[in-house]
Design a protein. Structure first.
Length: 95
């Protein structure tokens, strides 16, 4: 999110070649600004539901090498309403 990016930029301000990386820094700034905005919306919409959710003391992790059936196991377990999983959006843009 934006606060973390600003801390990183501030702490490394003397080591950054601002002219060389201005386009990348601008892109990161805009993406972190968007991510922060979405995080606020997500918090407003879902914070109470997340706080009420009971967590299982024994989570299930699916680990494996490519082409060993991990996606199949994930898809089968995702059909169970008693279980939950992180979507690609939640993993790519954590709030």
């Amino acid at each position: 999110t934006l606060p973390q990016l600003l801390v990183i930029l501030w702490n490394n301000r003397s080591d950054i070649h601002w002219g060389t990386y201005s386009v990348r820094i601008t892109f990161l700034f805009l993406m972190s600004l968007f991510n922060s905005f979405i995080a606020v919306i997500e918090w407003l919409l879902f914070s109470r539901a997340v706080a009420r959710q009971e967590l299982n003391a024994r989570p299930i992790f699916i680990l494996g090498h490519p082409r060993t059936g991990t996606t199949l196991i994930h898809n089968i377990l995702a059909q169970d309403k008693a279980l939950s999983y992180a979507s690609l959006l939640a993993v790519a843009f954590p709030a």
